[in-house]
Design a binder for this molecule. Structure first.
Ligand SMILES: Nc1ncnc2c1ncn2[C@@H]1O[C@H](COP(=O)(O)OP(=O)(O)OP(=O)(O)O)[C@@H](O)[C@H]1O
Ligand SMILES: [Mg+2]
Length: 269
């Protein structure tokens, strides 16, 4: 048994320069995590919070495109300085590698990239860092949940049965790792036609039911709006581009709930 290393005592490091670290996660890909993470960050900023986004998707970073950032971060000799865009402090592996970097080189980079992004970036006076997780329950989630103090995770899902299966895996992972789950969001939950009627494209009610059955909070529904995709593709997410749009108001009201939960109490856990 010599070869089995003794389990080292895990010390969870908070990210320097921030009060709270929130993870946006989902076990399934393509459900809208990055869209949610960027819009939530912008919404928190609109209501007066200092916010950073850490794009932790080493294999498929989204932040350079969603925020239309092309430059590389500077260093102060010791640490990387986040790139400021839309009043949000941003860091992504996509700022450091070009799109052509082969995926096979990225695997071994995961743990060291996370260490760099959490310990070697000069995040400044943040209330929240929003961590945009890659899909799944893999190395990134594990490294974060075990080594970094995550103050809360938001799980994004779409209402399809197959997505919900994955959500259950995501919930058990965070539960097992002792990470607090703030709640579940039902993204792309319905489409509102010009006639004002709701069309449930992927089914309905499943995310809330899953939240209930696992005793987690249901944070609400975000409908499908073509504008969400359009402005994301243009590098100016909808909360920034159209802050009065119906969907921006949903993000802002969610941001208010999160701000209240974390900042209104003199909570220091
Ligand atoms: N509420 C919405 N209305 C319309 N389109 C949306 C909505 N939410 C997300 N999308 C679109 O869905 C697609 C996937 O979104 P996104 O890239 O945010 O997902 P993701 O979960 O981060 O994906 P990945 O797992 O690859 O990281 C994007 O084209 C995005 O514009
Ligand atoms: Mg993503």
């Amino acid at each position: 048994m010599e070869h089995i290393k003794p389990r080292k005592k895990i010390i969870k490091n908070p990210i320097k320069g921030t009060k709270y670290t929130l993870a946006v996660s989902s076990a399934k890909g393509g459900v809208g995590k990055s869209t949610f993470a960027t819009n939530l960050a912008l919404a928190l900023n609109k209501i007066g919070c200092n916010v950073g986004i850490l794009d932790a998707d080493i294999y498929g970073p989204s932040l350079p495109k969603l925020f239309s950032i092309e430059g590389k971060p500077e260093t102060d000799g010791k640490n990387l300085i986040p790139i400021n865009k839309y009043q949000i402090q941003c860091m992504s592996i996509g700022f450091l590698t070009d799109e052509q970097t082969p995926m096979i080189w990225r695997g071994p980079m995961v743990t060291s990239a996370i260490k760099t992004f959490t310990q070697k970036v000069s995040w400044k006076d943040l209330d929240f860092i929003i961590v945009d997780m890659p899909p799944g329950t893999g190395d990134t989630q594990l490294t974060f949940a075990q080594e970094i103090k995550i103050d809360g995770a938001i799980i994004i899902s779409t209402p399809q049965e197959i997505a919900l299966q994955d959500v259950k895996r995501g919930i058990s992972m965070f539960d097992k790792l002792g990470t607090k789950i703030i709640g579940l969001v039902d993204n792309m939950s319905y489409f509102k036609g010009d006639d004002g009627k709701k069309y449930d494209i992927f089914g309905s009610g499943g995310v809330k039911k899953t939240a209930d059955s696992f005793n987690k909070k249901f944070l609400g529904e975000i409908p499908i709006y073509p504008e969400v995709g359009k402005y994301g593709d243009q590098g100016r997410p909808i909360v920034e581009a159209l802050p009065n749009h119906e969907v921006s108001k949903i993000y802002i009201s969610l941001a208010e709930k999160i701000k209240d939960e974390y900042l209104s109490q003199s909570n220091s856990n």
